[in-house]
Design a binder for this molecule. Structure first.
Ligand SMILES: Cc1ncc(COP(=O)(O)O)c(C=O)c1O
Length: 499
């Protein structure tokens, strides 16, 4: 075993339940696969030998619940024992994890290359001497950015503002958009603020606090801070009781599947949404400074649109002199078979800002136009403004992605998984509906008539799967997910359908 991966010590109960027998079968399926695993110490397959949670898990949850709200708890995990694509619980149950911490683990649990980066003197320094980056960046901060985050900057964007999380990345991108817009209206970076502006802003009134907006889409999810939450339209529970800005929302295309059979209808639907977007840009009383969009609406139900739709949005934002922000918090860093999902669109000009977090383990937004730097210091600022330790980790993730060619790998394994699901959808059309994500790496989803039961039961077969929206089963495996993992997943999906 490598220094970092433990040999799996799978619990083998004396009397196996029917489902534990099922996982044994899955292990045999794997044994026939010729593919070389990326991590030789990964378990051969999932093993479930107790109820979930089991006795140890129950005890730990009860202890936790005394001091921490556990009502959203999905699985109590034991991270030191988790390996690659597999997450373990305190009872020794081992799950193939295709949810991966809400799509945020890129290269596997306890990845040795990341563990090595974590132990480096550079990381230790970054962790224990956390800088207030705007004021006291370290003399190697430029090099950390240039050898890490910026090596994977989307085409056309060469600068970054680092942030703490996805919501924060979007929130700061919106602020950059508003400052850019007002600077244009004011007549350039050197025109000073008026007395009226500096007075009114202290009362949260215009013109200092201007009547501008960010346009987002129905069912979008952009985060939970105040600005980002105003652009989030996924579920009421995400927004209730929180004051929000009166900002416009346009319809996001509701495509019909299979796409090949509904090409004309879908094109009409996208044209309708673009028309609505343009109308809102022109008529909303608080004019948008930017349009923000996810390449694939993720939390809102895995809703896709065509490259033509996104090219249409780029065109509209150019036409109306507003910014185009692409929220790649969930789609970014390889999962769609391209490093950035918007690379699938063949845009005539790059987005103005691309926000990222999750699999990057750090967060922020990329941009290219120097006018997106505010005209004065301290306008886009907070104590930490990101975290060098997390930026160093992203650099190690990028190296691991390159070493194993994981973006191309994910495109290929995604095609394999999609083909398997398409086969199952043909056999069980009532159980696998609206299969989507063809050609989008492993960023695949389908609707299930009993979605919540499907997700719950998947655990007892040893697979951790997430949902999105009301009915979607969303697959978000890591970039190290391979064909033999896909075989296990497909086998479990079929068992769940039959059960
Ligand atoms: C597309 C998208 N944007 C923003 C966010 C918010 O990110 P965070 O939860 O890190 O604040 C999420 C989180 O799921 C997301 O999926």
């Amino acid at each position: 075993m490598s220094a970092f991966f433990r040999t799996s010590r799978l619990v083998r109960p004396a009397t196996l339940s029917a489902r534990a027998h099922a996982t044994q079968h899955i292990r045999r399926t794997l044994a026939t696969a010729a593919e070389k695993p990326f991590f030789s110490d990964e378990p051969e397959g999932p093993t479930v030998s107790t109820a979930i949670p089991g006795p140890e898990g129950k005890k730990a949850i009860a202890q936790l619940d005394k001091v921490f709200d556990t009502r959203s708890l999905n699985l109590l995990a034991r991270y030191p024992d988790s390996v690659g694509n597999y997450i373990r619980d305190p009872d020794g149950n081992t799950f193939l994890d295709v949810y991966a911490q809400i799509a945020s683990i890129p290269v596997g649990y306890n990845n040795p290359a990341l563990a090595e980066a974590a132990r480096s003197p550079e990381m230790v320094t970054a962790l224990i001497n956390r800088p207030a980056l705007g004021n006291f960046p370290s003399d190697d901060w430029a090099s950390i950015l240039e050898t890490g985050i910026l090596t994977v900057a989307p085409k056309g964007l060469n600068q970054v503002f680092t942030a703490m999380a996805g919501s924060d990345a979007n929130e700061t991108a919106y602020k950059a958009a508003f400052m850019w817009k007002r600077r244009q209206e004011r007549g350039g970076p050197d025109v000073d603020f008026t007395n009226e502006e500096t007075t009114s802003v202290m009362n949260n009134q215009s013109p200092g606090a201007p009547q501008l907006s960010i346009l987002s889409f129905k069912k979008a999810f952009h985060g939970r801070l105040f600005g980002s939450l105003s652009t989030t339209r996924s579920k009421p529970i995400h927004k209730l009781d929180i004051p929000a800005f009166n900002w416009p929302q346009a319809s996001f295309p509701a495509l019909k599947y299979p796409l090949e059979e509904h090409a004309e209808e879908n094109a009409k639907e996208e044209a309708r949404c673009l028309e609505e977007t343009e109308r809102l840009i022109k008529e909303w009383p608080q004019p948008p400074a930017a349009v923000v969009v996810e390449p694939i609406q993720s939390e809102g139900g895995d809703n896709h649109a065509s490259p033509a739709f996104f090219r249409g949005l780029r065109e509209l934002t150019k036409k109306h002199n507003i910014l185009f922000i692409v929220d790649e918090v969930q789609t970014g860093v390889g999962a769609t078979g391209k490093f950035w999902a918007h690379e699938h669109w063949d845009l005539p000009s790059p987005p103005d800002m691309v926000t990222f977090s999750k699999k990057a383990q750090t967060a922020g937004y990329y941009y290219g136009n120097p006018e997106l730097r505010p005209n004065k210091p301290y306008r886009q600022f907070n104590t930490w403004m990101g975290d060098p330790a997390r930026a160093i980790l992203f650099r190690a993730i990028i190296k691991e992605i390159e070493r194993l060619d994981l973006v191309n790998h994910t495109a290929q394994v995604g095609d394999y998984l999609y083909a398997g699901l398409e086969r199952l959808a043909g056999q069980y059309p009532d159980q696998i509906q609206n299969l989507r994500g063809k050609g989008q790496g492993t960023f695949i989803a389908f609707d299930s008539p009993q979605r919540d039961a499907f997700l719950k039961n998947a655990k007892s077969y040893g697979v951790n799967i997430g949902g999105s929206g009301e009915t979607a089963v969303r697959l978000r495996p890591m970039l190290i997910f391979q064909q033999h993992h896909a075989d296990i997943l497909l086998d479990v999906v079929e068992k769940l359908i039959k059960s």
